[in-house]
Design a binder for this molecule. Structure first.
Ligand code: GRG
Length: 342
């Protein structure tokens, strides 16, 4: 499969090495304090890596103004990544995850209490930076954080509900993922003093790109291998998070009824694998990839409403590449399934 699951190449944006180095230094400095233990916990996932796609979007958006990347834009990218990191700390507690970014999760290493409070600490640092960037950005990050919480609550509330509908799913991912992608782009526009129409188009790009990003993540959870994902596939199914490919599989006449009978409660390893294979061999994969493609087209259109220069073309290409990568992965999964079925 020609899939860039960990995404390092697929999501690479043309941000100058020097600006990425400024971002990293500022990110680490933002959580540094007097307490060596808190320093270790707060930098655990920063040191582990991650794609930094959100701050890269901030800096790419800032490049539209055709001036050097300002300290304000760097701080904007840092404030967004800190919210993302805090959400990972809290999410891993909720999911009892043991690994994140290919290392031990914070909760697995230091326990839930430390993970929750350290996540709060990252949020506090983000809020401090946002306040220094002015009331518009502070208010934007606060409302984005509220959307993240709304998205997460919606997901928890719908857990194990076989009747969960697509509106519920799309609303949840818009809040838990697209909101922060959109804010990352918007902050790049605001900190680089882009025109208001430019800022609105960046915001629209980020929202559609975030939907595409999360649907891809949800499809890969079904069709990618453990090696590609860095965790066993089918985790969402096992945890009762019925995402778009699962919802579409439930409507597939060939497998829907069988699948429906298997879901609705936590799954052990064998049941999880059987349910995953049913979804992987259903029309749900290609249909979800098609919905992702529609969001990619929306994102591309928003990017092309920007100035039409190299940055807007690069954003359009990013959305297109992510959608193509997903469609290829979906095709690959179908061929493998057909081969297995004889
Ligand atoms: C306390 C901020 C905060 C939030 C509380 C827990 C929660 C509400 C929300 C969780 C939202 C969440 C974890 C959404 C998933 C977003 C997502 C796609 C994460 C993976 O992003 P990548 O692939 O990860 O960009 P890396 O590691 O590359 O940064």
């Amino acid at each position: 499969m020609s899939l860039a699951v960990n995404g390092s190449d697929l999501f690479a944006l043309p941000v100058a090495e020097a600006d990425l180095a400024r971002l990293e230094e500022c990110l680490r400095a933002s959580v540094r304090g007097d307490d060596p233990f808190l320093n270790e916990v707060a930098t655990h996932l920063i040191s582990a890596g991650g794609k930094r796609i959100r701050p890269a979007l901030t800096l790419t958006a800032a490049e539209l103004s055709r001036s050097d990347i300002s300290d304000e834009s760097i701080l904007g990218g840092v404030s967004v990544e800190l919210v993302h990191l805090a959400s990972l700390y809290h999410d891993d507690v909720m999911d009892e995850a043991v690994r994140r970014r290919s290392v031990e999760s914070v909760n697995a290493r230091w326990g839930n209490l430390v993970a929750i409070v350290a996540g709060d600490f990252l949020l506090a640092r983000s809020a401090e930076i946002a306040a220094a960037l002015g009331p518009e950005i502070a208010s934007l990050l606060a409302s984005t954080l509220a959307r993240l919480c709304q998205g997460q609550v919606a997901e928890v509330r719908s857990a194990y509900q076989v009747s969960r509908d697509e509106k519920d799913y799309l609303g949840a991912i818009s809040n838990k993922t697209a909101a922060l992608m959109s804010t990352a782009c918007r902050i790049g526009g605001l900190t680089s003093r882009l025109s208001r129409p430019g800022v609105e188009n960046l915001t629209a790009f980020g929202e559609s790109f975030g939907m595409l990003f999360q649907i891809r993540d949800d499809v890969l959870d079904v069709i990618a291998s453990e090696e590609e994902l860095g965790k066993p596939p089918g985790q969402d199914l096992a945890e009762g998070v019925y995402t778009l490919p699962v919802q579409r599989a439930l409507s597939d006449l060939r497998v829907g009824q069988h699948l429906s009978g298997m879901l609705g409660h936590p799954l052990g390893p064998d049941e999880r694998e059987r349910a995953r294979q049913l979804v992987a061999g259903s029309e749900g994969i290609a249909e979800a990839a098609l919905v992702a493609r529609q969001y990619a087209e929306e994102a591309t259109a928003a990017a092309r409403r920007l100035d039409g220069g190299p940055v807007s073309e690069r954003l359009a290409r990013l959305a297109n590449d992510v959608a193509c990568d997903l469609c290829q992965a979906a095709e690959g999964a179908r061929s493998r399934f057909e081969e297995m079925a004889g």
